[in-house]
Design a protein around this ligand. Structure first.
Ligand code: SAM
Length: 281
């Protein structure tokens, strides 16, 4: 294979020159490919969709991991749904104040193959004593668990295949069930320029369930099409209004090693362009 062409959309696509196929496997759930590209490094794709790359994983994992934890201020228990490459887990565990992270990933092979072929993304996260990895459907997990979390991060594939259940009102309602008072949930919500319906659908489903609902943005090079949207759903509107000076104080106290996230980006990421605001009705 000379070029890997992503098949997320029917009318546009991006391609990556394949230096080397590192591993290809049809798991019992997804078609998994890990290949090397000269600029992006190693790339993980599932069912024809780029999931994460060594070169730009920090944009997305830092923004999904640090914005809710910094806004919450006293998050101790975090749930990650999906996230099989371990990049988000690694970012969340940078917070020494976080005591426990449960990561519920449906496809064990994504974890095993990411550990083996993408070690630079998760680094030592899977060995951290604070982390518990569960192989299960995240939708089932949140419907049944007796555990309660301060922050829930849904680092899922797009709403096709196994990821589809993670975009339903039922799932969002069960995530609320698993939250401690003042809880926050953030989810992967696609690239609104190419996936506008995903933004409006998510907004309509979250609005009746959570006190504070919105989106924040991050420009991830390989999630092309301008901004990627992460949805925000909280039981307490005060989190999104945490004063900039307090976010700055928390960021300094956390002493995070980041390449994208900082306290100014934290403020800016909630400013949305009109083409997105127009979808939040
Ligand atoms: N950052 C990527 C993105 O924005 O598309 C997501 C990366 S991560 C690899 C997505 C993970 O979600 C995959 O490992 C996939 O197996 C997992 N996943 C999909 N559906 C799931 C479900 N119902 N429960 C738990 N994990 C799921």
């Amino acid at each position: 294979m000379d070029w890997y062409r992503e098949t997320l959309y029917t009318e546009v696509s991006q391609s990556f020159k394949v230096e080397r196929i590192v591993h290809r496997e049809k798991t019992d759930l997804q078609d998994l490919v890990i290949f090397e590209n000269k600029i992006m490094g190693r790339i993980l794709a599932l069912d024809g969709v780029i999931q994460t790359t060594e070169g730009d994983e920090f944009f997305y994992h830092e923004m999904m991991g640090h914005v809710p934890v910094m806004a919450h201020g006293t998050a101790r228990r975090v749930l990650i749904v999906g996230g099989g490459d371990g990049g988000l887990l690694e970012e969340v565990l940078k917070h020494k104040t976080v005591e426990r992270v449960v990561m519920v990933e449906i496809d064990r092979y994504v974890i095993e193959l990411s550990k083996k072929y993408l070690p630079s993304i998760a680094k030592q996260a899977f060995d951290d004593k604070r982390a518990e990895i569960a192989i299960a459907d995240g939708a089932k997990y949140v419907a049944e668990t007796a555990e309660r979390f301060d922050v829930i991060m849904v680092d899922s594939t797009d709403p096709h295949g196994p990821g589809e259940v993670l975009f339903t009102a039922e799932f969002y309602g069960n995530c609320k069930r698993c939250m401690n008072p003042g809880g926050i949930m953030v989810t992967q919500n696609g690239v609104p320029f190419f996936q506008p319906d995903e933004l409006s659908t998510t907004y309509k489903r979250l609005r009746p369930i959570y006190a504070d609902v919105g989106f924040y943005v991050v420009p991830v090079p390989t999630y092309y099409g301008g901004f990627m949207a992460l949805s925000w759903a909280s039981l307490d509107a005060k989190h999104r209004q945490t004063p900039p000076a307090e976010i700055e104080r928390r960021f300094k106290a956390a002493a995070l090693d980041t390449k994208y996230y900082n306290s100014a980006i934290h403020q800016a990421c909630f400013a949305l362009p009109n083409y997105m605001l127009g979808r939040m009705t």
